[in-house]
Design a protein around this ligand. Sequence first.
Ligand code: MN
Length: 196
Amino acid sequence: MFTLMALPYAPDALAPIITANTIGFHHGKHHKTYVDNLNNLVKGTDLEGKSLEEVVMATAGKADKAPLFNNSAQIWNHDFYWKSLKPNGGGVPTGKIADRINESFGSFEEFKKQLSATTVSQFGSGWGWLVADAAGKLKVVKTGNAEVPMTQGLKPLLTIDVWEHAYYLDHQNRRADYVNAVIDKLLNWEFAAANL
Ligand code: MN
């Protein structure tokens, strides 16, 4: 059975950027629904008993497995998103990840500009990501709907959810305000460094 990940902080800990109201719907309803759906979908199939990542990778790009991919990938993405954030996060990272950002983007300011622009410009629902490619270079990419970077050989380090359910109750149409506030005040650089 797949389970709904417990939040690593209190529901009001990310306010006012992400309020407890948004968390209640986003984690308690949207994320939970993906978990409930996937448990129903794998029942009696050869994917029953596989890990979440195995289900994601086994169903990616297969049109006849789209519901399995969408629900498993959305669980994976949300687990990763909650861990990508923390109260009093953001700021400028230090150590190895800071060096890699400077090598890959030229400066932390340039990285921030790219992460914001790329994430805000995702057309419709999706995700903005900091990833490492196979050669170890850090990049900013976006994915649509439930798509994950792993299927393109990219290792995710951080993500920002830009489905409207992630920000609409708090910021309405102002997606850029949400994205920039997440980058400045909520990104969990210890999590990114551990992923690297
Ligand atoms: Mn979401």
